[in-house]
Design a protein around this ligand. Structure first.
Ligand code: ATP
Length: 193
C-alpha cells in the first residue's frame, strides 16, 4: 500500500485545512521545533485507528482537536483524510472525524465504517496505527532502554507474529476442552462395558 495524500483540518496545530502530497520515493518534512512535524505522523496513526490518547501525546481523545491559541478560538472538530493506493492499484480513502462530545466516526471510500473495519483494512495491507514502520520521537531510546521481554514484544510485532500468540491461546483452550470431552467419553464407555 502506498500513501498518496494526507489532509488535515482542525487536527492539533493544523487549524487551517492542510494537504500533504506523498510522492513515490522518500518524503522529508523539515521545519523549526514545534511546527507540527510529529503531529503529521500522529495524524497518520490517528486516521488508521489509534485509540490510545497517550500515544498521541494527549490525555483524552478530544485533545487532537485544535485547542485554540491566544489569537484563535478552539475548533469543535478535527478531521484527517488519508488517500492511498493498495497493492492492486485500487484507490483507498479513509476519513476519521472527531467532534467534541460526539466521539469519532470513520468513512472508507465514502461509506460509514467501524473502527474495526479500518483496522482490518490496514492490517490486510500489513500496516496500521501500531505498525513498527511508524517510529515516533523517543522510540529509539525506548527500544534501547526496554527490558528483554518488552524488546521481544517489539520484535514480534515487527515480524508480524504478535497475532499468533492470541491464536495459540485460543487453540490451547480448545485443546483443553477437547481433552476434557475425551476423558468424559472414556468414563461413559467404561460405564457401558
Ligand atoms: P520538534 O521538532 O520539537 O519535535 P515538531 O515539529 O515535531 O517539534 P510537534 O510536536 O508536531 O512539532 O507540534 C507541537 C505543536 O503542536 C506545539 O506547538 C503544540 O502547542 C501544538 N499542538 C499540539 N496539540 C495541539 C492542539 N490540540 N491544539 C493546538 N495546538 C496543538
Amino acid at each position: 500500500m502506498q500513501f498518496r495524500r494526507l489532509k488535515l483540518s482542525g487536527f492539533k496545530s493544523f487549524v487551517e485545512p492542510a494537504e500533504l502530497r506523498i510522492e513515490p520515493g522518500l518524503t522529508g518534512v523539515v521545519g523549526p521545533n514545534g511546527c507540527g512535524k510529529s503531529n503529521l505522523l500522529e495524524a497518520i496513526r490517528w486516521v488508521m485507528g489509534e485509540s490510545s490518547p497517550k500515544s498521541l501525546r494527549g490525555g483524552g481523545m478530544e485533545d487532537v482537536i485544535f485547542a485554540g491559541t491566544a489569537t484563535r478560538p478552539a475548533r469543535d472538530f478535527a478531521e484527517v483524510v488519508l488517500s492511498a493506493q493498495d497493492a492492486n492499484g485500487e484507490e483507498l480513502e479513509v476519513v476519521r472525524r472527531i467532534e467534541r462530545g460526539a466521539g469519532s466516526a470513520y468513512r472508507i471510500n465514502g461509506r460509514d465504517a467501524r473502527a474495526k473495519d479500518v483496522a482490518l483494512t490496514f492490517a490486510d495491507a500489513a500496516t496500521g496505527a501500531h505498525s513498527p514502520a511508524l517510529v515516533s520521537q523517543g522510540r529509539i531510546a525506548a527500544v534501547i532502554a526496554a527490558r528483554p521481554a518488552e524488546r521481544r514484544a517489539m520484535l514480534e510485532e515487527a515480524a508480524g507474529i504478535a497475532g499468533l500468540h492470541v491464536r495459540r491461546k485460543d487453540a490451547e483452550q480448545r485443546l483443553r476442552a477437547t481433552e476434557a470431552n475425551l476423558a468424559r467419553l472414556d468414563d461413559l464407555m467404561a460405564g457401558m462395558e
